[in-house]
Design a protein around this ligand. Structure first.
Ligand code: BES
Ligand code: ZN
Length: 627
């Protein structure tokens, strides 16, 4: 009897763990009570910088006597109601637990025996980590306020009480009231007509993880790009954005050719104000993107290829926990390059892959071993800390290794069937590994022997047998950089007329590497800053309007004390809030006492304009307000 009970317990727990991987970054208990649908109803109150309204959760009861436990952060809970039939709601009790620095506070709601719906009346706090409220001055138009959300990794809980784990998928509907003349958009189907009456309804019928719920409100215009693609931006930016993004439909078609149908209906892009803390965010049906990608020559659209790719890798097949983040980002980085190759040719792909590999190698030098592992352990840490080049570039390199070993035809087929097999599911690294074994490795044991899968997934560093993406175009650029550094040619003699942004980036990185290693600085160049001056006079990097080139140049300017670029650096940090740019710049400044003082002076003024997520990072870099 005892044994049977024990056996039953083991069977039950292993069944449950098959569908519910342990997520250390959520207090929720989806194995006992699972949220299936969320109805949202809000007033967007710009004067108070709050969302005020309710979230009604439809739940599935798996263990009848368990309470519902939700994730929250800085939410003000006014009232909780429960209902058995959806018609009559009765006031219920709730307990808001203590708040953890990373995880926020659990909201425990005892459930009457038959309850299937729970309504929480609440409001957000003005400092909510997943919201940024912009004053009109922080927008392009300068006339209207702006609100946008950023839920990944665990910020949805700061604006919606829910089971904030990527292993839990929900459908959702929303009713949003805004000031008149502002437009609300969400990662969902828009059910309202074109009228800007301040009353908007949305519906997302496909089950998605909480980190993909998204909302933005502002003075937005729409322009169509293709049959199912379009762009939203402020009126000031819309024309530029539409020109820059005119290849979007082509990219969707190319991705469908590779990996099967686009399953989300429309693919639109929202261009945000410059304080958006990321390059892009793959909110379903509506990618959120930084305006710093609008270079004017489409040279930074790899970002769109990336966010679009997430419609397969990430949104369709989702990482079950933040340990499995590489399943989202490594796959997506690999897909991004395949899309670029399909639309712009192999040479572009080679350049992007080579830049990626360089970044990876550079970052690995300063990472702890434990952070170099694809299947990373993030227990007790902020999951945003896992966002290094490891999940992105090491993950992509692993897939490239598989592609090169098994051949494109076989590997493409494998990926396509992987996306179909796990469509609308959240999966763990173990599930991927099983699927890989059964559908690729075991079918070709001789080839499988060439890929050290366990080393790729569970060990630090880059396996010795990893591919080394290289670019013939870059080899030529490098040659020019060296000729110039050795004073064998003048800048005017370099064949730069047709260089792309990627080639310029490679040029600057090559120059930087040489300037950084004192032994190799040629004697004719008496100082690094002087060399930079010569380059600047020839190529005007300080006033480059390309954000990636400007960023690379400003980073070098700090390293090499190139003072003429300092005003531009200050302007850059005061107007752009993209974490990938500002964090390395502040870090570089913080390396010397004078630099640190300048960083603090700039940050004091810039901080109120940055997104809460960027503020958390930069506070940490500068030990704010420590001194
Ligand atoms: N999903 C990520 C953004 C993200 C990751 C937000 C982790 C929060 C936590 C998005 O797809 C992404 O990777 N964006 C990149 C751009 C891309 C071209 C590499 C970014 O923002 O830099
Ligand atoms: Zn991504």
């Amino acid at each position: 009897m005892m044994y049977r009970l024990l056996f039953a317990i083991i069977v039950v727990t292993s069944l449950v763990s098959a569908v519910t991987a342990q997520d250390y970054h959520s207090y929720s208990n989806p194995a006992a009570v699972r949220v299936r649908h969320v109805d949202l109803d809000w007033d967007v109150v710009f004067e108070q910088k709050i969302l005020k309204g309710s979230a009604t959760l439809t739940i599935e009861r798996i263990s009848p006597n368990e309470p519902l436990i939700l994730d929250t952060r800085d939410l003000k809970i006014d009232k909780v109601e429960t209902s058995a039939d959806g018609a009559r709601y009765e006031v219920g009790t709730f307990k808001l637990g203590e708040s953890d620095k990373f995880l926020g506070a659990p909201l425990t709601i005892p459930l009457p025996p038959k309850a299937t719906r729970v309504r929480i009346h609440y409001s957000t706090s003005p400092g909510a980590s997943g919201l940024q409220w912009l004053d009109p001055a922080q927008t392009a138009g300068k006339k209207s306020p702006f609100l946008f959300t950023q839920s990944e990794a665990i910020h949805a809980r700061s604006w919606i009480p829910l089971q904030d784990s990527p292993g839990v998928r929900v459908t959702y509907a929303a009713h949003v009231r805004t000031p008149r003349n502002l437009l609300a958009v969400m990662s969902a189907e828009n059910l309202s007509g074109p009228a800007r009456d301040g009353d908007y309804r949305f519906r997302m019928d496909q089950p998605i993880p909480s980190y993909l719920i998204a909302l933005a409100v502002g003075d937005l215009q729409f322009q169509s790009l293709g049959p199912r693609t379009g762009v939203y931006a402020e009126p000031h930016t819309i024309a530029l954005a539409a020109r820059e993004l005119s290849d979007t439909e082509k990219m969707v078609v190319a991705t469908e050719h590779l990996y099967g149908p686009y399953r989300w209906g429309r693919y639109d892009i929202l261009i945000l104000p410059p304080s958006f803390p990321y390059g892009g965010m793959e909110n379903p049906r509506l990618t959120f993107a930084t305006p710093t990608m609008l270079a004017g020559d489409k040279s930074l659209v790899s970002l769109i290829a990336h966010e679009l790719a997430h419609s397969w890798s990430g949104n369709l097949v989702t990482n079950a926990t933040w340990r499995d983040f590489w399943l989202n980002e490594g796959f997506t980085t690999y897909l991004e390059r395949r899309i670029l190759e399909a639309v712009y040719g192999r040479s572009r792909e080679e350049m992007e892959a080579a830049l990626g590999l360089r970044d990876l190698k550079e970052e690995i030098v300063s990472l702890d071993d434990r952070d170099e592992i694809l299947h990373i352990d993030l227990k007790g840490r902020d999951p945003d800390d896992g966002s290094t080049d490891i999940p992105y570039e090491k993950g992509a390199l692993f897939l490239r290794h598989l592609e090169e070993t098994f051949g494109r035809a076989r590997f493409d087929q494998f990926l396509k069937s992987y996306f179909n097999h796990f469509a609308f599911q959240s999966i763990t690294t173990d599930q991927f590994e099983d699927y890989l074994k059964q559908n690729l490795l075991n079918k070709n044991p001789a080839l499988a022997a060439k890929v050290p899968v366990d080393e790729w997934i569970n060990k630090p560093g880059i396996p010795a047998s990893a591919p080394t993406p290289s670019s013939p175009a870059f080899a030529k650029v490098q040659e020019q950089a060296h000729l110039w550094l050795e004073s064998k040619i003048k800048p005017a003699q370099m064949p730069v007329a047709k260089w792309t942004t990627q080639e310029w980036l490679h040029f600057l990185q090559t120059v930087q590497t040489v300037l950084r290693s004192p032994g190799s600085v040629p004697e004719s160049l008496d100082s690094a800053a002087q060399s930079m001056g010569a380059l600047d006079r020839a190529f005007h990097f300080t006033r480059s309007g390309n954000s990636e080139i400007a960023f690379q140049w400003l980073l070098m300017s700090i390293r090499n004390r190139y003072e003429p670029a300092y005003p531009r650096l200050e302007e850059f940090l005061m107007t752009i809030g993209r974490r990938k740019f500002i964090k390395p710049l502040y870090e570089e400044l913080a390396k010397t006492p004078e630099g640190k003082a300048r960083a603090l002076a700039i940050y004091r003024r810039a901080r109120p304009t940055y997104h809460p997520i960027a503020v958390t990072s930069i506070d940490d870099v500068l030990k704010w307000p420590g001194e």
